[in-house]
Design a protein around this ligand. Sequence first.
Ligand SMILES: [Zn+2]
Ligand SMILES: [Zn+2]
Length: 421
Amino acid sequence: MAPKRDYYRNGDAARNARRRNDPGSRARDNDRRHMANKRDYYEVLGVERDASPEEIKKAYRQKARQLHPDVNREDPHAEEQFKELGEAYDAVSDPQKRAAYDRFGHAGLSGAAGGGGRGAGFDDMFGDILGGFFNVGGMGGGRPTNRGNDLRYDLEITLEEAAFGGERTIRFPHQATCGTCHGTGSENGRVTTCVACGGTGQRQANAGFLGMQFTTVTPCERCGATGQIITNPCTACHGAGRTRTMDELSITVPQGVDSGMYMEFGGKGDAGPHSGPAGDLAVVFHVKAHPVFTRKGADLICETALPFTTAALGGKVSVPTLDGQAEIDVPPGTQPGHIFHLKGKGMPTQRGAHRGDQHIVVGIAVPTDLDPKQRELLRELADARGENIDHKHKGVFQKVKDVVGDVVDEYRDRAKEAFGG
Ligand SMILES: [Zn+2]
Ligand SMILES: [Zn+2]
């Protein structure tokens, strides 16, 4: 997709051609000048202007995965870019909005596409990323105004927990419905109708502008848009209907989970004010670095240091796996940088259906604690092989350099082959 984006951003010829065929592009170029921070939606999505809805959807999903803030916690711009992407998709995936945008540019949408990342396609995308770990419910528009806040809990787990799943109990503070007044905020349950709004919770005001009449509707401030006034506020919650409490929740860590994935628990967020519906709780997983294994998708990589005699003569070596120790047959003459593979000893895939592989990169342990007898034996060996490193031998450093150079090259090639660059 990247080359296509360049085509739009840099290609003057392409832009001129576009202008000839498309009267709206001038408008877009103009408003690009006015709204310097607003990029072309097609450019944001990395698709051509005549891209099909399928191509747009595909590009969006791909980019959303790259830019999702939970995946890019280090990048301060990720959230912004993610929002921008959501806005672009929101506009371009809707045939009507797309037509308006194509003709008039950003001005054609004037505020209509202020998505902010939670617009169209959001549910869609997460279903995809998380492989069905959770159900996103009630994320679209039309939320009641007295709905409680959504909460986020960052949960650190070990690689073993990520591999095999497990139960965790989290404790988190949130606004819970007041137990004394059951969320009504009233000590005795008595309420009176708000005189300011007549019980509707809304206030209307008329305004004139350029000879036109408008009616604006705003939430009533007097009663907090509830339409009711509490005469005797509950002493436990001071009339708020909610109190801050610690809550506990048991979580089943899904097998194969990776950092940035999350589970959502509907109704476990803050209770809504004035008996409003509760928000949701998202538990975001973070897999801790492991002392032995590096994770690469479903594969695990680790290193082992073979005794140099084992590397030369062959033998068996025991290596750690997620399932305990495993024995590897080391063929004679095994070189540093060689990679052994253990099939099915990696991480489970998201649904736990199968497991990736474990790759063991060979290093050579050179002994540093030789006793006099061992030293003598090695000297004899070196003599027998004509490798005795005596100061009178010239060119020996070149020889060492050659060998090391070969090993480094070989390691690099093998690692590339094994892990795709
Ligand atoms: Zn109360
Ligand atoms: Zn009112």
